[in-house]
Design a binder for this molecule. Structure first.
Ligand SMILES: Nc1ncnc2c1ncn2[C@@H]1O[C@H](COP(=O)(O)OP(=O)(O)O)[C@@H](O)[C@H]1O
Ligand SMILES: O=P(O)(O)OC[C@H](O)CO
Length: 736
């Protein structure tokens, strides 16, 4: 323990209350704090339904999030009377959320157009490749100087792009200007503030800084990035500061009439909760993933060692943004769930993990790299996959579980090494929080493996606390300035291992990481994945929460099956499928739009029956289907009728949302365009030669190049050759 003397002294006075909505990956919580007291007064939480329709896909039901918020708020507020408070004492709300998770919805009906795509979902793998194909040297760090992030499936722009490419309803909504995109904070606020009746479409700088679309300097959506990812700015939320009064709840819930005055992504919120408000302070939060944030003050430090530059907070519309360097680890506590649910090595994570791993004194030289969906910082390798290595005939489950705990510690050391190189000054202590830190063995291992003291916060949930402080600050009931001076009580773990031992083990860890890289580069056959057998079995029965009737309806698994394993949640009151999804479906119905100059209409593709020459490739994948899937979206042309304006007028966010126009990159109404798509095979060959960009029109309609084909056999021959070239290029294989 340290700094106990500075702990806030409880008195009997009644203080204003601050409510926090904390939407995590696995749970929704509603927490209530008394102003200026860091202990929770009361809270309620509900688990979310886990939806994993395919390997690497992680989805959530957006309506369930809203439903859970209402229930949790009712339950938590219900407990207030017993504590001598009433709902009227709740003066304001803060929202903290899992970041990057992306939702598309219809602004006229309020319906989500697809399940939320989770931050850890890796379905956008090929979308990433397509974007990389458009940047010099396919350099994943090409955009880092603008937005601080590498091009990775982790970030929201890729998920938005995927939704536009693969979900018919999203494309239609985009075309009809009904589409709204948002991270979870935006979805929650839009619903809380009225939804279809004037709900606010806003986000805060910390969440926006996780999209790959925000410029870290202007703190606005960057026109070049929007264009690169083909995301129209009208679909995006207005970017606001993290601490200001945005609006009032108006959704017929128990929260009606309460102000919303703080928004922070959950890792940034933990940074505030841990009181790391000065440059040079850092915290590490251990939950499903693990996120180390290092406050760099108003300086944007550009990492050259694999870390992200992100916004830490902006305490008011006129306050400067404070930035952080972040090391993100995709799998931390998630590995424990894997050991429990997949390998059945443990029954109860909290009770068993520490106990079982503590029965052995070391891992017996076993290393576990839990790269289930690739490796995040500092490697950013989406081709990595999990490995357990160093097994001998003496290895027991105790060693494997201990190795899984050590993996979290080694990954943290990876981040600290990178941070030291970027900042030039090693951390002297590490503040930690998150549910996983209740594991004393993990904490001791962490300190041993990084060689500095580990200071555990006394409450595991710093995320809810952080946003409570800033929501209180903007409404005058809690002061950030006071909070900065407040000292937090901690449990301290000191290193016991020697430097030599620590370094030898770290070297072995690096060797294990090397072995995990590149695993996912070669295509798997269906027999390898067991995908056919598993279809449907991985889809949990989910209940969809209807926005208006709030009736639950159970997902029809057969329907899910017919939708190629994607969640197709049904809305009982309408009896129709809520989510339409086209990826992998027959190309006949994929509405990939061919554009005909003569008719000026979109027409159904007519080339499918001429493509019979394509056969199933060795691993059972139909080359023709693959081909259409890729080529249709990638080989589109877009020719503006008038030249682009030579100068870009970049309006700031407020101007943009007031004027609703933007004279840049043909993305606004005033830059009307004419589409010219007539071309011939020669120009298609040229397009292929020049490694085309994915270009979408201003409404984001993908347009297939309409070939001028002669009606003789040669053209058929030529057609397949052309597509073979495309196919070979895209898959780096040699289809002959
Ligand atoms: N005592 C423990 N030892 C090891 N891992 C733990 C322990 N308690 C919780 N965890 C892990 O920590 C994670 C807790 O996640 P949680 O805080 O619910 O956040 P999230 O929203 O990220 O899922 C889970 O993945 C769980 O496996
Ligand atoms: O899994 P959570 O809820 O700790 O949050 C995840 C992070 O915000 C992802 O960036």
């Amino acid at each position: 323990m340290e700094d106990e003397g500075d702990m806030p002294v409880k008195d009997d006075s009644k203080r204003p209350l601050i409510g926090v909505i904390d939407d995590g990956t696995k749970t929704v919580r509603f927490v209530i704090y008394e102003a200026e007291r860091s202990e929770e007064l009361t809270s309620y939480q509900l688990d979310k339904t886990e939806i994993q329709p395919q390997e690497g896909w992680w989805e959530q039901d957006p309506l369930e999030i809203i439903h859970h918020i209402k229930v949790c708020a009712e339950q938590a507020i219900g407990q207030l009377t017993e504590l001598g408070y009433s709902k009227e004492d709740l003066v304001t709300l803060g929202i903290t959320n899992q970041r990057e998770t992306t939702i598309a919805w219809d602004k006229l009906t309020g319906e989500p157009l697809h399940p939320a795509i989770g931050w850890n979902d890796i379905r956008t793998d090929s979308t990433v490749d397509a974007i990389l194909a458009k940047v010099p040297d396919r350099n994943k760090n090409h955009l880092k100087n603008i937005c601080g992030l590498p091009i990775s499936p982790y970030f929201s722009a890729l998920k938005m792009r995927w939704l536009k490419d693969n979900v018919k309803a999203v494309r239609r909504a985009s075309r009809d200007k009904r589409l709204l995109f948002g991270t979870v904070d935006s979805w929650i606020i839009w619903n809380l503030t009225g939804g279809v009746q004037g709900g606010l479409h806003i986000t805060d700088v910390t969440n926006a800084s996780r999209t790959l679309l925000m410029n870290l300097e202007t703190l606005n959506w960057d026109p070049m990035l929007c264009r690169l990812f083909g995301i129209h700015r009208d679909c995006l939320a207005q970017i606001r500061s993290s601490s200001e009064v945005y609006g009032v709840v108006n959704n017929g819930s128990i929260l009606d009439g309460i102000r919303i005055s703080g928004i922070l992504g959950n890792q940034q919120s933990a940074l505030v909760g841990q009181n790391c408000l000065l440059a040079g302070q850092a915290k590490n939060t251990y939950r499903s993933g693990c996120f180390l944030l290092y406050n760099t003050g108003t300086r944007r430090v550009q990492s050259t060692h694999g870390l992200l530059t992100t916004v830490a907070y902006k305490l008011g519309p006129n306050a400067p943004a404070v930035y952080a360097l972040e090391g993100s680890i995709a799998v931390a506590g998630g590995a424990m769930k894997f050991l429990r649910d997949n390998l059945k090595l443990i029954k109860d994570i909290t009770k068993d993990t520490e106990h079982i791993a503590g029965q052995v004194f070391s891992t017996g030289d076993v290393y576990f790299v839990p790269a289930f969906s690739g490796l995040y910082a500092p490697y950013w390798r989406k081709d990595a996959r999990g490995i357990i290595c160093g097994l001998t005939s003496f290895t027991t489950k105790n060693h494997v579980i201990r190795a899984a705990l050590e993996a979290v510690c080694f990954q943290t050391r990876d981040i600290l090494e990178a941070m030291n190189k970027d900042c030039g000054m090693p951390l002297s202590k590490l503040h930690v929080d998150g549910k996983m830190t209740s594991n004393d063995l993990l904490m001791q291992l962490q300190s041993d493996l990084i060689g500095i003291p580990v200071l555990r916060a006394q409450s595991w949930d710093m995320s809810a606390l952080g946003v409570a402080v800033i929501a209180g600050d903007s409404t005058g009931v809690w002061s950030c300035e006071k909070w900065r001076r407040h000292a937090t009580a901690t449990d301290t773990f000191l290193p016991t291992a020697t430097d030599d031992d620590r370094d030898a083990r770290y070297t072995k860890w690096k060797m294990a990481v090397q072995r995990s890289l590149g695993w996912a580069t070669t295509k798997k056959s269906i027999a390898m994945t067991g995908q056919t057998k598993r279809k449907g079995s991985m889809v949990h029965n989910i209940q969809s929460f209807d926005n208006t009737s709030r009736k639950n309806s159970v997902l029809d698994e057969n329907q899910t099956e017919s939708r190629k394993n994607s969640l197709a949640s049904t809305n009982s009151s309408r009896g129709t499928s809520l989510y339409e999804y086209t990826n992998g479906e027959s190309s006949k119905d994929n509405s990939l739009l061919e554009y005909s100059m003569e008719t000026d209409k979109h027409v159904t593709p007519s080339i499918d029956n001429r493509m019979q020459s394509f056969e199933y490739s060795e691993d059972g994948v139909n080359a023709y289907e693959e081909l259409l899937k890729y080529s249709a979206r990638k080989f589109s042309v877009y020719v503006p009728s008038k030249p682009r304006k030579p100068e870009h007028t970049i309006l700031d966010d407020a101007d943009y949302f007031n004027a609703k126009k933007e004279c840049d990159y043909g993305m606004c109404q005033c830059c009307d365009v004419e589409k010219k798509v007539l071309t011939n095979w020669k120009s298609i060959e040229e397009i292929i030669e020049n490694d085309p960009e994915i270009i979408f029109d201003s409404d984001d309609n993908p347009i297939i190049v309409e070939p001028v084909h002669e009606s003789n056999d040669d053209s058929i021959q030529e057609l397949s050759n052309v597509f073979k070239v495309i196919y070979n290029k895209l898959t780096h294989t040699n289809l002959t």
